[in-house]
Design a protein around this ligand. Structure first.
Ligand SMILES: N=CN[C@@H](CCC(=O)O)C(=O)O
Ligand SMILES: [Zn+2]
Length: 404
């Protein structure tokens, strides 16, 4: 099935040798052939005699790659609105975590929810993301924290990928927090989590392994053990790094060739250099920065100067970023972190894809996956400029238009 999309303003995000200047085609067209993009360019240059099965005239609408949300914790039970109130009254995220609340309160609610409840909750969240143009979604475990409950959460994530027109990438984040049954015994817990990882992998539930390296979670030495276990299984790693303090986690992750380091508000110059050398993507999470009322900014200028690709994601989770709006994250990345609109859009397309190890998407180029978003807008900067507005969007996933 060949489909022609014409009368489009196209942001290709392509920087390859044949790319349009600035990745921008004012009067563009794109042809899909099955799951792939067959052609993209100026409409006036469409190949003569092109035969297509369907044609859509877009009337000047903006065509971009489908959005990639490369960091979410979408599968969980309960919510943390009361914790939000406590933080507003002065308690810090760290204090709440140390007192056994925070992530562990979501672990309790997640363990108490049955599979159908978890699936229904996660599906509604995934549909909301899709309604803002998301076609690829990463989902982490980390609210189960036992062999049984981590597997349940990852199976729900996999089922979402089967039920919805979304690519779902799953990340095992068993090293997210210390479950109460292992209180005071973090290394024993990691022994257990490392021991259940092969079975999760064998069931096809793990695309990558993540950890939370922080004062309230796991030390760099403990994180190293998790990474060594992933490496033995041939699984790529990612890290929640330098969110609340500089633990040197980013440099450690870079040593293991990490796909990405995420958060990074407290990233040091040495961490930046290590990520640049390893080709590790920086995933910035403005929702968590905003919602935790963080004041330390991630070192955007240093990341830029070092050539570290910068991705953006929602970090959807009930504690630090209960948002389902990737477009709000684009706006916040510009207003709070001073990314340019072009950088922000690249952050949720090509660089987001790279943070997931996916080289087949995130740009509009012949041969790549036909994951597209068609916006009722004229220019990419409008995606970043308005907030809370939900522009109309048509979503194409693998060459097929899907109702968001
Ligand atoms: N920082 C650790 N993990 C999540 C928050 C988890 C939670 O508070 O439930 C994050 O990415 O922000
Ligand atoms: Zn996270």
């Amino acid at each position: 099935m060949r489909t022609l999309w014409r009368q489009a303003r196209v942001a290709t995000l392509d920087d390859g040798p044949d790319a349009a200047p600035g990745g921008w085609i004012e009067r563009g067209a794109l042809v899909t052939d099955g799951e792939r993009i067959a052609w993209v360019g100026d409409e006036a240059a469409l190949p003569a005699g092109l035969q297509v099965d369907a044609e859509h005239a877009l009337g000047g609408a903006l065509l971009t790659p489908g959005l990639v949300d490369a960091h979410t914790h979408l599968v969980y039970g309960g919510h943390r609105a009361r914790e939000f109130e406590r933080r507003l009254q002065g308690a810090s995220y760290e204090e709440i975590a140390r007192a056994g609340g925070g992530i562990l309160s979501t672990v309790a609610a997640t363990r108490a929810a049955d599979d159908a409840q978890l699936l229904a909750l996660a599906e509604a969240r995934a549909r909301a993301l899709q309604a803002e143009g998301v076609t690829t979604l990463e989902i982490k475990s980390g609210y189960g924290l036992s062999a049984e409950h981590e597997a349940r959460c990852l199976r729900v994530a996999r089922r979402l990928g089967e039920r919805l027109p979304l690519t779902v990438r799953t990340t095992c984040l068993s090293a997210h927090a210390l479950p109460p049954e292992f209180a005071g015994r973090p290394d024993d817990y990691l022994d257990a989590a490392i021991a259940w990882l092969p079975a999760l992998q064998a069931e096809g539930l793990v695309d990558a392994v993540d950890a939370f390296c922080e004062r309230i979670a796991f030390t760099p030495a403990q994180t190293r053990r998790v990474f060594e276990a992933a490496q033995r299984l041939g699984l790529p790693v990612k890290l929640h790094a330098e969110q609340l303090s500089d633990q040197g986690g980013a440099a450690l992750a870079a040593e293991f060739g990490a796909l990405s380091c995420d958060h990074l508000e407290h990233l040091s110059p040495a961490g930046v250099a290590a990520m640049a050398a390893a080709g590790t993507v920086a995933v910035l999470l403005p929702g968590a920065y905003y919602f935790l009322r963080e004041t330390q900014q991630p070192p955007v200028a240093a990341l830029r100067a070092a050539g570290v690709p910068i991705a953006l994601a929602t970090d959807h989770n009930p504690g630090s970023s209960p948002t389902l709006s990737p477009l709000l994250m684009l706006n916040m990345a510009c207003t709070l972190f001073r990314l340019t609109p072009q950088e922000a859009l690249a952050g949720m397309t090509c660089h987001g894809a790279r943070a997931l190890g996916l080289a087949d998407r995130g740009r509009l180029r012949a041969g790549l996956r036909a994951d597209l978003a068609v916006w009722s807008l004229e220019h990419p900067s409008e995606l970043c400029y308005a907030f809370g507005q939900r522009p109309a969007v048509r979503v194409v996933q693998g060459g097929v238009e899907r109702a968001p």
